[in-house]
Ligand binder design. Structure first.
Ligand code: AMP
Length: 284
């Protein structure tokens, strides 16, 4: 496995791969790898000849007062896990390498970024789309793997690639969970043991919302209220949002339509970290 830290080396490595007629699977991450990230590497390995992992804690997507400096950076362990999961090349740039000049150009996606994470973290998505566009430009034509864990991010990146004709196929991969249902996250290490236990309420609330839909409830407001009430009953959890949305447009329909699919998205703070989770549901 090659570990490269300059844009020029990474670009050249992948250009050589493609010159040999091989395909590239790109997996952008911020490191602190867990099974969720490794599942993306394995999916890329199943589809593509060469798996390229990027590890970069992107300052542009952190707001003031967020955990940029505290964000875990266990690089040696990440490299071991990446190699085991089939990465062929890892790009680990410094912030100066990625942003040698103050950033005067950013990528902004309208509408899809307005609500949910965009409402709670106003500068977040411009930071994400700007760094992902840079990584796409450096890596060149590839298939890029993103987790459904960050469902809004996946929709935003997919739309960016389509709108800007980037030579990238964006692939969404299912959420990997702990055995008790908690979605894996690099931020779960911030949880105390009591908070870790309380955090399971998020997935339970989503499943309760899904059960209501399966039982015939068609009013999104009723489902959202029910999910919120489950979070509110857990003293260690503080709800940010619980919503029922169309999976492509990310807006709440007036009423659920039989035969469609909706996504339940939820964010709650448990202790210091904000925990994200979501679930797709077929409307009967
Ligand atoms: P991050 O390092 O948090 O920026 O995440 C990098 C990528 O891994 C993103 O595409 C995430 O959606 C994905 N990811 C993070 N956690 C999970 C998970 N539990 N299951 C599946 N994908 C995940």
């Amino acid at each position: 496995m090659q570990v490269l830290s300059t844009k020029a080396e990474f670009r050249e490595y992948l250009e050589n791969v493609r010159a040999l007629g091989r395909t590239v699977g790109l997996v952008p991450t911020m490191g602190a790898l867990h099974e969720g990230h490794l599942s993306l590497l394995r999916a890329a390995g199943a589809d593509c000849d060469v798996v390229a992992l990027t590890i970069f804690v992107n300052p542009l997507q952190f707001g003031a007062g967020e955990d940029l400096s505290a964000y875990p950076r266990p690089l040696d362990r990440d490299l071991e896990l990446a190699e085991e999961a089939g990465a062929d090349v890892v790009f680990t740039p410094t912030t100066d390498e990625m942003y040698p000049e103050p950033t005067l150009s950013t990528v902004h996606i309208e509408q899809l970024t307005a609500g949910m994470e965009g409402a709670s973290r106003p500068t977040h998505f411009d930071g994400v789309t700007t760094v992902v566009a840079k990584l796409f430009n450096i890596a060149g034509p590839s298939r890029a793997y993103f987790g459904e864990k960050d469902f809004q991010q996946l929709a935003v990146v997919r739309r960016m690639a389509a709108d800007l004709d980037q030579p990238i196929t964006v692939i969404g991969c299912p959420i990997v969970r702990e055995s008790d249902g908690l979605a894996m996250s690099s931020r779960n290490i911030y949880l105390s043991s009591a908070e870790r236990e309380a955090a399971t309420v998020i997935n339970r609330a989503l499943r309760a919302g899904a059960a209501m839909i399966s039982a015939g409830e068609g009013d999104p407001a009723v489902i959202e209220e029910h999910m919120a009430s489950i979070i509110e009953a857990e003293p260690l959890a503080e709800l940010d949002y619980a919503v029922v949305v169309d999976p492509d447009l990310l807006i709440t329909p007036a009423a659920l339509i039989s035969g469609t699919n909706v996504r339940l998205l939820m964010v709650a703070k448990v202790g210091s970290p904000r925990l994200l989770d979501n679930l797709g549901v077929d409307v009967p």
